[in-house]
Design a protein. Sequence first.
Length: 277
Amino acid sequence: MSDSPLRPSSLINTVYGAFLRRLGGWISIADLITLMSELDVDGPAVRSAISRLKKKGVLEPERRGATGYRLSPAVHPVFDEGDRRIFASLEPADLADGWAMAVFSVPESERSHRYQLRTRLTWLGFGNIAPGVWLAPGRLLDDARGMLVRLGLSDYVHLFAADYAAFSDLAGTVSSWWDFPAIQEQYASFTDTYAPVADRMTAAAAAGLDDADAFRHYVPMLTQWRRLPYLDPGLPTELLPPDWNAVAARQVFQQLHGVLLDPSLRHVREVTGLQDV
């Protein structure tokens, strides 16, 4: 995991995804700057990040007595998909559930779509098993379908619900379809960084954890974590190396999420005056 500072736009995405969606999806720019200052991001950096997120169609300006920004309706499905990957897919897939297979052919004249398909399928957790043929655990089928339709790429793809029938040692073969060492390196880095934090925060929670302190720890942690479920396809346990270190990393994440989420949300409510909708 990179030691470089987290991008302000990534932190803002986390704040919207973890808190503001349940509080109406809008925040004043003044309150956002206040929250981001607690994450060591200054006002000019916040405004620059907001400008980039507007250009990407993530945020839209809206005045509610004060100047602010709300999540664009178009990105709500993206955040919902992210929730499923980050929170609901912490356990490995079941081998009996089969596979999602994507087969595509893109004309050379539209090769930008080919690149977009490869990038998006990789981001969803698909592994490349042959030219134009991609595979992922079956539980990713609905997310793949939704993504392809949302991005206007469905005309280029045949999407199958598939079962593995025979002939190769599947456990040995899948290691050539996904980069296991790179995934494990990311998990190890997360565990090394946040296991001590989890111990400290759990001890602090027993004594009454400060809400602002919880927020300062939770947002960077979640920002780092939410990349990992996309790098990891969540393959069935039978197909993973015996030393697969995702389990320890998930335990650290779940511990911190359990301890820090509620006080962090209280802090956001206190700063913004927003309430759950």
